[in-house]
Design a protein around this ligand. Sequence first.
Ligand SMILES: Cc1cc2nc3c(=O)[nH]c(=O)nc-3n(C[C@H](O)[C@H](O)[C@H](O)COP(=O)(O)OP(=O)(O)OC[C@H]3O[C@@H](n4cnc5c(N)ncnc54)[C@H](O)[C@@H]3O)c2cc1C
Length: 332
Amino acid sequence: MVNWTRDFFICLSNSKFLNKSAQKWGFRFGAEKFVAGTDIGSVTRTIKEMNARGISCTVDNLGEFVSEKTEAESAKRQILNMLDKIREEKLDCHVSVKLTQLGLDISREFCIQNMLEILARAEHYGIFINVDMEDYAHFQATIDVLKILLQNYGNVGTVIQAYLRCAEDVMDELKDIRLRIVKGAYKESEAVAFQTKAEIDRNYLKLAKKRLLGDAYTSIATHDHNIIRALEDFIRENNISHEKFEFQMLYGFRQEMQYELAEKYHFTTYMPFGNDWFGYYMRRLAERPQNINLIVKDVFYTKDHKLKKEPLLTGALAVSLLLLWRKSGKKK
Ligand SMILES: Cc1cc2nc3c(=O)[nH]c(=O)nc-3n(C[C@H](O)[C@H](O)[C@H](O)COP(=O)(O)OP(=O)(O)OC[C@H]3O[C@@H](n4cnc5c(N)ncnc54)[C@H](O)[C@@H]3O)c2cc1C
């Protein structure tokens, strides 16, 4: 059941048609629980609330797999505006970006130019930029671009996905820069990625422990309480300085645990915002199908918990998508 729903939501997250359509719908299907607003103003308010509780943020102006130069340029401008806002409002916040949003699929040179502009302004303000890691099809290009950026700037780092078989080698190669360790959010083949939770968890712990014993700063990004508890023991037993790492979680996930960890360690919440919420939200549903109840509520009930008058239309849309997906799966 879990793999079935996971594949379904990942398939939806990759649909260009649905991603484009969702930008016109406004938040639907309960997405507002995991996306901190549609514009800079609303995300700034949420960041201030988190900062007041001792939580730092990394803000992600949602968007990915951009194929038009104008779209990538507009994304760059929004990121530059966000940097200005962080500086102006003295927010405790850095920025996460996706290279496909900044034109990686259009031209590598164009993407590098966009990133250099972002890094120049961020460096001027003393803000760190994290390059999120996307699907494996973009993995090598992301690492190659990162290495070029590192020749000019020190305020940039990236993400290591523990499900990748090559994760440890890449992590070792990047041992001197700030890295975030995650399990990995995309559907990848057995040739390149571990498939079982046990294998992925084992690799995650191995990588995180290795990083914690090294010198560079590490973000331990997971909601997995077993991994967190195991790493807390490791940190205590090895007397690891709290200045060398932080825990990170996504906005809207395990809020109480976020507050609890922030009492003891540096803690950062990943704060996505913007109209391009669909792909991000579908990947979150893939990871945690229990959240499907948010969709059911949105489709059938009004905000004051009354049954909607025309739930059948949206329900029919959901069923059609499901059937379409199953049909396309059978063709492969
Ligand atoms: C800050 C951050 C940044 C990320 N950046 C990237 C990136 O750049 N690239 C990328 O590919 N992926 C990224 N991810 C996503 C990541 O790869 C995983 O897909 C995602 O975090 C789910 O894995 P998990 O480690 O949380 O554990 P899971 O394996 O999803 O969960 C483990 C266990 O934890 C418990 N649990 C998890 N969530 C909850 C919950 N909400 N409530 C109660 N119990 C729960 C359950 O018992 C579950 O079985 C990021 C994740 C975070 C937190």
